[in-house]
Design a protein around this ligand. Structure first.
Ligand code: C2E
Ligand code: MG
Ligand code: MG
Length: 755
């Protein structure tokens, strides 16, 4: 009967620690094999009787064996490798034959079993496949069968019994070897698992005891694929991708984390420090954490995973703050430093609180190209640039205003004692932009730069210094994203959700390749005749989980990720191809494409539009580009050049959302603009609000004086259409005529209105 294998009784933990220690299995029990093959003493005796005859006859098998090894190229490769390692194939063949001849004496004891097991394990180590061994034994069996059938020294009466005994023996040897193969593989895997277990145990001991929190984000699925025990404990239930405990980060700090996350998605490692709120159960104060993101990209630079590390640096922070407070001046520019700026802000707020109606404005200004110049020209150039910026800004301000350098390329301005705050701040912001727009110089080089300004005003955007400063900061980050020269603070509810932004940032990558974008078309009609004059292409994202998403939610993210250029190219190509199809269908119609501020400012736009026209086989006159006033304002000179080149291609230009931006008449006059689109917000209330009606009337007059046609967008009611007709507006676009429609819907609409 087979004997059951002895169970190993070492505790699991101990085995883990033992790691990769060599394992010694119990040897294969030969008795089991004898039992199932019914190999008995009679067989052994018979074989012993003919042993001399068989051994002598089988000696000739050596040559067959040798040929077998080298006739099969796969086996031959293993043999060559064996020889390269210093082995001798001749000796090996002799040893194998020796083993086979040993079998012929019918010995079936444990020593014979161990020898077979040893050979099986050695074969496994050398990469000899079991099937090759099977082939060798088949040849051997064939050989001895012929010997037994024909050798005159064997009694005829014994031939069948000798053959049967030999078959049993060969089966036995094959089976022992195969089991040895299997055991060797199991032992190897078990050793590897033990090594891994030991390493894993060690890693989790380390990770469980270090103060840093670690997690890994899988970008494609927007999920956390690993979180260290510390991270799990710290974030409790809020282990949400991609940044656990994101909602514990202070509102004003979130923008910075979002910006950092975009950089990571662009394959840059980033470190930053943020202030986090304690969790509900914890009584402690807010703490400073350093967060580091390390992106792991594939060969094409697409980030697949991000390893994240977070640690509490509050103690370091308070030391640094104490040191900073000791001085009040910024060393490089001589301006007030952050500490003094806060101090002044506190005093200005104290005065304002005693004077009802008084306002204080806080501006935070960040220089867009500073890092580039500092990195490429060196720190000295960077310092000189900061001094020149400081001098220009200082000249604009009153004595009572405070200008400070808050950190690397960030400046802060406090405007106290304001009455009509919004107007005053807009004026100062405009002057700052103007002052920085002239080139700077460093060692005979001209350096051009632009800035992003965020504004928060007491009392409407915050009551205390910290809130106002951080709200101005967050407005500044938003201005940066949107390539706007300046923006006022908007509360979280007014902005698109921060977590959505984070989530989209991973998923937008690859949306183009996955064909998730589509265009809807909205007709523009002649207000007097009702004839169709064109269609505006409006982008939608068919999100795999969330369905159709409107552009306001994802275009800012795409812009921030630097992905807007390929999207704009796709929109141009798709809209122009559609325009071509309409004209082949006998309904020629220009198509309008929206170009965001980022795309408009990016170099090469004109070349890409020219290419898109050529690719679709469409004339420039069939394309209109819609841009906003903000796009032009950031860099007027470059903007004017782009517009000139576009109008040379025959492409017309429309200013979208007209009336909401910062246009000046002088630039409108100079630029080749064909159309003004009155923003929907003026049309909504024009029936009841005479001021809105006056704005609409003056935009129409202004447009006509500039020889532009005027489009009213977002018209929802007949009464408004009637009024616009009376005011002499040219074209109309809005739900009153048609909602934006997908391709097929638009085709149907066209054929319905044609009849
Ligand atoms: P927009 O260019 O001013 O487009 C007009 C927006 O008003 C569209 O919103 C349209 O659906 C909506 N609209 C039209 N008629 C009415 C109406 O009667 N009532 C109301 N309530 N709304 C109306 P949509 O499609 O959500 O697009 C929003 C903005 O996203 C666009 O404003 C444009 O600035 C931007 N956008 C759209 N497609 C693209 C694109 O391909 N590239 C870029 N960069 N921006 C795009
Ligand atoms: Mg538009
Ligand atoms: Mg618009």
């Amino acid at each position: 009967m087979p004997t059951p294998q002895k169970k190993r009784g070492r505790p699991k933990e101990e085995r883990r620690r033992a790691g990769a220690r060599k394992r010694t299995s119990t040897p294969i029990a030969g008795k089991e094999f004898n039992y199932v093959l019914q190999l008995n003493d009679a067989d052994t005796r018979l074989l012993q009787r003919y042993q001399a005859v068989l051994v002598q006859g089988a000696a000739g098998f050596a040559e067959i064996s040798y040929n077998y090894l080298f006739d099969n190229p796969d086996i031959a490769d293993v043999m060559y490798a064996f020889e390269r390692d210093g082995g001798n194939v001749g000796e090996l063949v002799r040893a194998m034959l020796g083993h086979k001849l040993e079998l012929l004496n019918g010995r079936i004891d444990e020593q014979a079993t161990r020898r077979s097991e040893y050979i099986g394990r050695a074969h496994y180590r050398r990469g000899v496949k079991p099937v090759w061994t099977l082939g060798a034994y088949r040849l051997f069996l064939d050989y001895v069968q012929r010997l037994v059938a024909s050798d005159p020294q064997i009694d005829d009466a014994d031939r069948d019994a000798v053959e049967t005994a030999l078959i049993k023996l060969i089966f036995r040897d094959l089976a022992v070897m195969t089991e040895a193969y299997w055991r060797a593989a199991v032992d190897q895997l078990t050793d590897q698992r033990d090594t891994l277990d030991a390493e894993q145990l060690l890693a989790s001991e380390i990770l469980g005891n270090i103060p840093q929190l670690l997690w890994t984000v899988d970008i494609e699925n927007n999920s956390i694929s690993y979180a260290s025990p510390g991270a799990r404990a710290f974030c409790q239930r809020e282990l949400e991708a991609p940044i656990p405990c994101f909602y514990r980060i202070h509102g004003s700090e979130r923008e910075r984390v979002l910006t950092a996350w975009q950089q990571v998605i662009d394959n840059e490692s980033v470190q930053l420090e943020v202030l986090m709120q304690p969790c509900e159960s914890d009584e402690r104060e807010d703490r400073w954490f350093r967060i580091a993101f390390y992106p792991m990209a594939n060969r094409r630079g697409r980030v697949l995973r991000v390893h994240c590390l977070m640690e509490d640096v509050s103690d370091l922070h308070s030391d640094r703050e104490r040191l900073e407070q000791l001085s009040t001046q910024d060393e490089i520019t001589g301006l007030a430093n952050r500490a003094l700026w806060y101090d002044r802000l506190g005093s200005a707020l104290a005065v304002a609180r005693r004077n009802p109606g008084a306002a204080v404005a806080v501006l935070v200004l960040d220089i867009n190209q500073f890092k580039m110049y500092n990195d490429s020209l060196g720190n000295q150039a960077g310092d000189e640039l900061l001094r020149q910026i400081a001098r220009r800004l200082q000249k604009l301000l009153r004595d009572t205003d405070t200008l400070a350098r808050l950190g690397s390329d960030e400046f802060g301005i406090i405007l106290p004692f304001l009455q009509d705050a919004e107007r005053a701040v807009e004026r100062v912001a405009g002057e700052v932009i103007g002052a920085l727009s002239a080139p700077f110089s460093y060692q005979q080089r001209e350096l051009c730069l632009s800035s992003a300004i965020g504004i928060a005003v007491y009392p409407q955007h915050g009551e205390d210094a910290h809130t106002l400063a951080s709200h101005a900061d967050s407005a500044m980050y938003r201005a940066k994203w949107n390539a706007a020269p300046y923006l006022f603070y908007e509360s979280d509810a007014q902005q698109s959700s921060a977590s959505e932004h984070l989530q989209f940032s991973g998923q937008l990558h690859g949306a183009l390749e996955r064909d998730e974008f589509e265009l809807h078309y909205q007709p523009k009609i002649d207000i007097a005749s009702g004839e169709i004059r064109g269609a505006e292409a409006l982008l939608r994202w068919r999100h795999p989980q969330q369905g159709l998403i409107l552009p306001k939610r994802f275009i800012p993210v795409a812009e921030q990720l630097g992905m807007i250029a390929p999207i704009t190219d796709w929109v141009l190509h798709t809209a122009l191809t559609q325009s071509k199809l309409w004209s082949l269908d006998g309904k020629p119609m220009p198509v309008s494409v929206n170009v965001s501020a980022r795309s408009f400012q990016a170099p090469g736009l004109v070349g890409r539009i020219r290419q898109a026209l050529a690719r679709a086989g469409v004339e420039g006159t069939n394309l209109e580009i819609e841009i906003t006033e903000g796009s032009l304002m950031t860099d007027l000179e470059a903007g004017a050049r782009t517009l000139d080149q576009l109008s040379k291609l025959g492409v017309s230009i429309a200013i979208d959302d007209f009336g909401t931006g910062y246009s000046s008449l002088s630039y409108l006059k100079r630029l080749p603009i064909d159309t003004l689109k009155i923003d929907r917000s003026f049309l909504e209330d024009m029936l009841i609000n005479p001021r809105d009606a006056a704005v609409v009337r003056s935009i129409i007059e202004l447009g006509h004086n500039l020889e532009c046609q005027v489009v009213a967008e977002g018209v929802e009611e007949e009464a408004i259409r009637q009024m616009l007709l009376e005011l002499g507006c040219d074209l109309l676009q809005g739900f009153h005529i048609s909602k934006p429609l997908p391709n097929e819907g638009f085709g149907e609409w066209l054929s319905l209105t044609a009849h």
